[in-house]
Design a protein around this ligand. Structure first.
Ligand SMILES: Nc1ncnc2c1ncn2[C@@H]1O[C@H](COP(=O)(O)OP(=O)(O)OP(=O)(O)O)[C@@H](O)[C@H]1O
Ligand SMILES: [Mg+2]
Length: 145
């Protein structure tokens, strides 16, 4: 599943995470698993909206994991290890006015996900996060499982 994410479109930010949530629920995944994924996807989606020039998200739901890849167009992250620190933010006044910019998104994504790949250059940023599904993460087993 592919999604388009528009720059500065805060009104629609959250669409990717709510659609992801809906798909995961439909698969019979538990509330706690769905919540973990939704938090990670939401933070990643917001980052594309407020920090990039726009991008895409690709959602892939398998039986044993969920993976979401975000790709955006510039300006990129100058220093990834700095950006990963709690409290670091370059959020614009517009983003701050809308309640973002605590510098907690990337650290939260790292803590909720099982695997996180982040790569960035001045041409853009790629973020891939993966969540492994354990048997107990299925609340209601889907019919085909
Ligand atoms: N997709 C991106 N493109 C460019 N820069 C980014 C991107 N994602 C994150 N960054 C940079 O990394 C910093 C830290 O991101 P993080 O999500 O942790 O905090 P934030 O977005 O500033 O605030 P919060 O997520 O708490 O609202 C950002 O301020 C920005 O400088
Ligand atoms: Mg953020």
């Amino acid at each position: 599943m592919d999604f388009q994410i528009e720059r500065n479109d805060i009104a629609n930010a959250g669409t990717v995470s709510s659609l992801t949530k809906r798909h995961l629920k439909k698969r019979g995944l538990s509330r706690s698993f769905v919540k973990r994924v939704t938090i990670g996807v939401y933070e990643a989606e917001i980052n594309v909206v407020i920090h990039s020039y726009g991008g895409t998200a690709n959602l892939n739901i398998e039986n044993d994991y969920v993976e979401i890849e975000f790709k955006d167009v510039g300006p990129g992250i100058e220093c990834i290890s700095t950006a990963m620190q709690e409290g670091f933010s370059t959020a614009s006044p517009y983003a701050i006015e809308n309640g973002f910019g605590a510098g907690m998104g990337l650290p939260n994504i790292k803590s909720v996900s099982d695997e996180m790949y982040l790569d960035s250059s001045e041409d853009g940023t790629t973020l891939r996060i993966r969540f492994y599904i354990k048997d107990e993460d299925y609340e209601n087993k889907p019919i085909n499982k």
